[in-house]
Design a protein around this ligand. Structure first.
Ligand code: LRH
Ligand code: MN
Ligand code: MN
Length: 426
């Protein structure tokens, strides 16, 4: 299933008038304020976010899973779904694979398919949080941190294998997330678990190609509920530093205790040149993996404000691997991803409207009220016409959700793939 350009064009027809009106009004206003609208549009169009291969099927909880039907049941079909997202939004130009959930069977065919749809292979994710079929050792009590050398070696080898798979596809980063930890006090020796993890990561790092990055993801709890070995950015940064220059911290928005100041974490990691990747989602309580921007859009904007500052002022920090890490069980996964992509672009566009020079001057004058006016002035601007324009100039949809529904994409996928499909993943 592939959306044709003229299908999008014809859907755009009914929206073009009002888009033009709204865009002209906004761009005139922004130009008057001294913004370079064309530059903002280019930056929006250039901002591509990877879609995780595990988010294309309806997600589940441990209590149940309700299909949306027509879900992709092979990697090929997942790439096709990302192609649909990309042609509508023009911002989903990459895929992030989770191994072994999505091992390509035919590398050339997969690469050709992705290439034809203008999709790149972003970071590859290893999985040592589940036991794999036929595996000799079990990860029940941890993987890279395990007290057993044989288990650690198996987990190290898996990560090395994932690098090899990613290398064949053109990926340039390995993301390591560990479920390792303990459920009860006294179960683990914190120091031994941490040191084992460091030593294992160093062994993986040794197998990393020169032009690759290793991204170390942290998370405070779940599935372990008393302690997690890589529980926060401090632990991740220590481990990354212990490996070397090509190792970085990865921030997943849902992996923080309530009310953590994520924008400050992001800012300081960039200052130190150690922010390597980002997983977008939203949450009310924990690692809820809800649609980006659905719960705390202001927090997302504040994070983007720091990211924009860092991208402009911290050349010591590399380009980031951006990925959506959201998945749940009440929305059509493609519509959900469209909403997430929109929320990311919206927060980014608003952050680009913050006048950094004025903000710096207000900060130097300790004009606290002015600082807040500048930040919130940008946040309160309705930037959606900018997003529409950025998509439109690339042949995308003015409204991706409306077009998705008007073209009855889910209906067509069901016709093509059948009802009883199940995607691999969570
Ligand atoms: C863990 C996590 C990590 C995994 C993904 C499936 O909660 O955020 O990034 O790889 O979910
Ligand atoms: Mn994540
Ligand atoms: Mn998570």
């Amino acid at each position: 299933m592939k959306i044709q350009k003229d299908q999008i064009l014809s859907c755009n027809k009914s929206e073009i008038e009002s888009h033009k009106e709204n865009f002209d009004f906004l761009s005139q206003k922004l130009n008057k304020q001294g913004h370079d609208v064309n530059n903002i549009l280019t930056r929006l169009a250039d901002f591509q976010v990877a879609i995780p291969s595990w988010a294309l099927g309806a997600g589940g909880t441990r209590f149940g899973r309700f299909s949306f039907f027509g879900e992709p049941s092979s990697l090929e079909q997942k790439i096709e779904d990302i192609g649909i997202l990309h042609s509508l939004t023009q911002t989903a130009g990459a895929v992030s694979l989770h191994i072994p959930w999505d091992i390509p069977s035919d590398y050339n065919a997969i690469k050709e398919k992705a290439n034809a749809l203008d999709i790149k292979f972003d970071a590859v994710n290893s999985n040592t949080f589940q036991d794999q079929k036929g595996a000799k050792e079990s990860y029940k009590y941890g993987s890279l941190s395990n007290t057993s050398k044989a288990v650690r070696e198996q987990a190290i080898q898996h990560n090395l294998d994932v690098i090899k798979i990613g290398d064949k596809l053109g990926s340039k980063a390995l993301t390591v997330w560990l479920a390792d930890g303990s459920c009860f006090p006294g179960q683990n020796n914190f120091q031994t678990a941490f040191q084992n993890t460091q030593d294992s990561l160093i062994d993986i790092y040794k197998g990393l190609p020169d032009d690759w990055k290793m991204l170390v993801e942290y998370k405070p709890y779940e599935p372990n509920f008393y302690s997690t070995v890589i529980q926060d950015w401090g632990a991740s940064l220590m481990l990354a530093n212990g490996c070397g220059d090509k190792a970085y911290t990865l921030v997943d928005l849902g992996h923080h205790l309530p009310n953590s100041n994520i924008e400050q974490i992001v800012s300081i990691l960039q200052l130190k040149g150690k922010l390597g990747g980002f997983h977008f989602n939203d949450s009310k309580y924990g690692d809820d993996d809800l649609t980006v921007g659905s719960i705390k859009p202001y927090a997302l904007f504040l994070i983007f404000n720091e990211l924009v500052y860092g991208m402009a002022n911290n050349p010591q920090n590399p380009d980031l691997a951006w990925m959506i890490d959201a998945s749940h069980n009440v929305k059509d996964p493609l519509e959900d991803l469209i909403q997430s992509l929109e929320a990311i672009q919206e927060a980014y566009a608003k952050a680009l409207l913050v006048n950094q020079d004025e903000l710096k001057a207000a900060q130097l004058n300790n004009d606290v009220v002015k600082c807040q006016e500048i930040i919130q002035g940008a946040y309160r601007t309705d930037v959606r016409p900018l997003l529409e324009k950025a998509r439109l100039t690339r042949g995308g949809a003015i409204s991706p959700i409306n077009t998705y529904r008007a073209l009855d994409i889910r209906g067509q996928l069901i016709k093509e793939r059948g009802k009883n499909t199940v995607a691999t993943g969570l």
